[in-house]
Design a protein. Structure first.
Length: 360
C-alpha cells in the first residue's frame, strides 16, 4: 500500500455557510421545523369557526408550500452563494430569498386557491393582511434561521482552525529520540542485514512524508493502519523481543475517511509509556470491528510492572486531546474517544462512522 499517494481535500469551510438543502435528511428537518411553527400559529390564533384540525391542515399546506419552495431555491443557489467572498452578504441574500418566496406564495394562494383554503388563511383585512403577516413571520423566522446557520458555520470554522493548529503541533511532535534511535538501528543493520536496513529507511521516509501532510487533507483507515504498521516495524527492530504486536483488523473498511496522523501518536505513546519503560516483554494489540455503520478501533498495550513507570504523562494527554479535536472537526457529534486502564493494560478506543455523509 502506498501511503504517499495524494490525499483527498476536505474543505467544508469553503462550501459556504448554508447546509446542503438538497439532501433528504436536511429537507425532512426543515419540514418538521415548519410543522412545529404551524402548531404554534394555530395555538396562538385559536381555531375560530373552522375548528382546530381544519385550520391546522390549511395552515400546514400554506406554510409547507413556502418551506418547500424556499428549500428548493436554496438548494439551487447554494453553489452560487458559496462563491461569494463575503459570507454576510450571502446570509442577507438567503434571507431575502426566503422573504420573497413567502410573499410570492401568499400572492399565488390569493389568486389560485379555492374559497375553502382562502377562508383559513385570509385574515379580516384580506390579502393585505395576509401578505403583512406572511412577510413579517417569514422575515423573523428566516432571520433566526440564517443567523443560527451562520453562527454554526463560524463555530465549525473555528473548530477546523483549532484542529489545524493542533495538527501542525502534532507534526512537530515526532520525538527526536525516535529519529535518533531509528538511525542508530539502521546504521547497525547496514552491516548485519542490508536488506532490512533498506526497508527501515523506506518505512522512516514514509513516516516523515506523512507527517508533512497538510491539515486540510483527509486520509483513509487503510493508510493510517499502514502508517502505524511501519512505525511499529521500526520499533520492533529496536526493541526486538521486548515488543510483540498483535493485529485483528480483518473486518475494518479500509476506505473509511480519517484525519491524517490519527493512529501513529497512539502507537507511539503505547511504546513510550507502556513498552519502553518495562523490564519485561510487552504487547501492543490493535483490534478493529465494524458494526452498524460504525468503526470500533482499539489500541491496547501492556503497562510496566512498576506503578511509578506507568503514568501516562502530559504528552499522552496532548495526543488524545489532539485526536478528539480533529475527530470532532471531521465527524461532529458522531465520534468517540475513550481511554481507560483495564488491569495491567492501557487502551484507547476510537469510534467513528462509516460511511460518513456530512450534513452541512
Amino acid at each position: 500500500m502506498d501511503i504517499s499517494s495524494p490525499l483527498e481535500p476536505d474543505l467544508p469551510s469553503r462550501r459556504g455557510f448554508l447546509p446542503n438543502f438538497c439532501r433528504l435528511p436536511m429537507v425532512f428537518g426543515v419540514l418538521l421545523t415548519a410543522q412545529l411553527l404551524v402548531i404554534v400559529l394555530v395555538l396562538a390564533s385559536g381555531p375560530g369557526h373552522l375548528g382546530f384540525w381544519v385550520l391546522f391542515g390549511i395552515l400546514s399546506l400554506y406554510v409547507q408550500a413556502i418551506t418547500l419552495t424556499s428549500t428548493t431555491l436554496l438548494c439551487l443557489v447554494r453553489p452560487w452563494l458559496a462563491r461569494l467572498a463575503d459570507d454576510r452578504a450571502a446570509a442577507v441574500l438567503a434571507w431575502l430569498l426566503i422573504v420573497l418566496v413567502s410573499g410570492g406564495v401568499g400572492l399565488a394562494v390569493e389568486r389560485l386557491a379555492p374559497e375553502f383554503i382562502l377562508a383559513g388563511v385570509l385574515p379580516n383585512d384580506g390579502i393585505a393582511g395576509l401578505l403583512t403577516r406572511t412577510l413579517g413571520i417569514s422575515a423573523i423566522v428566516g432571520a433566526l434561521m440564517v443567523r443560527y446557520l451562520y453562527l454554526h458555520f463560524m463555530w465549525r470554522r473555528q473548530i477546523e482552525a483549532e484542529a489545524e493548529a493542533r495538527f501542525e503541533k502534532l507534526q512537530a511532535r515526532i520525538r527526536p529520540h525516535f529519529l535518533f534511535n531509528s538511525m542508530n538501528t539502521i546504521a547497525y543493520l547496514t552491516r548485519t542485514d542490508p536488506k532490512l536496513a533498506e526497508e527501515m529507511v523506506q518505512d522512516l521516509a514514509d513516516l516523515f512524508r506523512a507527517s508533512l501532510a497538510k491539515a486540510d487533507r483527509v486520509s483513509t483507515l487503510a493508510n493510517e493502519l499502514e502508517l502505524a504498521h511501519r512505525f511499529l516495524n521500526i520499533e520492533k527492530q529496536r526493541l526486538r523481543e521486548r515488543l510483540s504486536v498483535q493485529w485483528e483488523i480483518e473486518e475494518l473498511p479500509g476506505a473509511a475517511k480519517l484525519p491524517p496522523l490519527i493512529l501513529q501518536p497512539l502507537v507511539e505513546n503505547a511504546i513510550y509509556h507502556g513498552i519502553q519503560p518495562s523490564r519485561r516483554p510487552g504487547v501492543i494489540q490493535i483490534v478493529g470491528r465494524y458494526r452498524s455503520g460504525r468503526v470500533f478501533l482499539i489500541i491496547r498495550n501492556t503497562l510496566p510492572e512498576n506503578p511509578e513507570q506507568n503514568r501516562h504523562t502530559t504528552g499522552n494527554r496532548m495526543a488524545l486531546d489532539n485526536i478528539r479535536q480533529r475527530l470532532a472537526a471531521m465527524f461532529p457529534g458522531a465520534w468517540q474517544v475513550v481511554a481507560s486502564r483495564v488491569e495491567d493494560h492501557y487502551q484507547v478506543q476510537l469510534v467513528f462512522p462509516y460511511p460518513w455523509r456530512e450534513t452541512t
